[in-house]
Design a protein around this ligand. Structure first.
Ligand code: MG
Length: 212
C-alpha cells in the first residue's frame, strides 16, 4: 500500500487510525450523536445511515490532509457509487466519489467543489486504493451578517493541483447555488455519510494565519 504522509509537528491530528475520540456525528435534525463509523486496520469506514461525522475542534484558515478510499466492491453508477464528501467548515464540499471509469456531471466528480467547479484534472485511482486530498482553505468573513470575503480553496488530489485558490460561491447544495449564511470564523471539518462505505485515514490539519 501507498506510504502515508506523516503529520508534521505543528499538525492537529484528527484521526490517527485508532479511534473516533476527536469526532461527533450528526443525527436527524442536527442531533449530536456519538459516532458509530467502524474503525479497523488504521482507517474509519462509513456505516451508512449513522450520520455525517464532524470534528470536535473547529478550524478557519487551514491546511487539511485527508486520505480516502472508495469501496473496492463496485456497485451503482454516477453519483450512486462511493459518494461521500469532505465538508470544510461543515458546509463547503470537496466531493469524494468513486470516479474510476464512472462518468457523471463534471462538478460532481471526485475532487470537484461540489456543484460549483469541476477539478482541473482527474488523477483518479481505482476503487479500494488510497487517495489523498491536500487542501488549503481560506475561510470566509462575515460582517454584520453579510459576506465581506468569500472562501477560497486550493486542492491537490493525489498530488495534482485540481483547484488553484478557487473562490467558493456558496455552501454545498444540490442543483442550486445556495446563499451564504453567516457562521463562525472557525467551524468543524466534516465527512459526509452519503450511504456508501467509504474509508478515511490519516486526517490532520495545520492552522494557518490570515492572508491579508
Ligand atoms: Mg458527496
Amino acid at each position: 500500500p501507498m506510504a502515508q504522509v506523516q503529520p508534521p509537528s505543528d499538525a492537529v491530528v484528527l484521526f490517527d487510525g485508532t479511534d473516533l475520540s476527536n469526532w461527533l456525528a450528526r443525527g436527524k435534525g442536527g442531533k449530536v450523536l456519538e459516532p458509530r463509523w467502524k474503525v479497523e486496520n488504521g482507517y474509519m469506514e462509513i456505516v451508512p445511515g449513522t450520520g455525517d461525522l464532524y470534528s470536535k475542534e473547529k478550524f478557519g484558515n487551514a491546511q487539511f490532509h485527508i486520505e480516502w478510499a472508495a469501496p473496492a466492491k463496485v456497485e451503482g453508477h454516477g453519483q450512486l457509487r462511493g459518494n461521500s464528501g469532505v465538508l470544510i467548515m461543515n458546509r463547503y464540499e470537496i466531493q469524494v466519489l468513486d470516479s474510476w471509469d464512472n462518468p457523471t456531471y463534471a462538478d460532481g466528480m471526485a475532487g470537484a467543489i461540489y456543484g460549483q467547479w469541476p477539478p482541473l484534472a482527474a488523477p483518479v485511482r481505482k476503487p479500494g486504493e488510497w487517495q489523498t486530498y491536500d487542501i488549503v482553505f481560506e475561510a470566509p468573513r462575515f460582517d454584520d451578517g453579510k459576506l465581506v470575503k468569500p472562501p477560497y480553496v486550493t486542492v491537490f488530489y493525489n498530488g495534482v493541483l485540481v483547484h488553484h485558490r478557487q473562490e467558493i460561491i456558496g455552501p454545498m447544495a444540490h442543483r442550486i447555488v445556495a446563499p451564504f449564511r453567516p457562521h463562525g470564523p472557525e467551524e468543524p471539518l466534516g465527512f459526509q455519510d452519503h450511504d456508501y462505505p467509504v474509508r478515511f485515514r490519516n486526517v490532520w490539519v495545520r492552522r494557518l494565519k490570515d492572508y491579508d
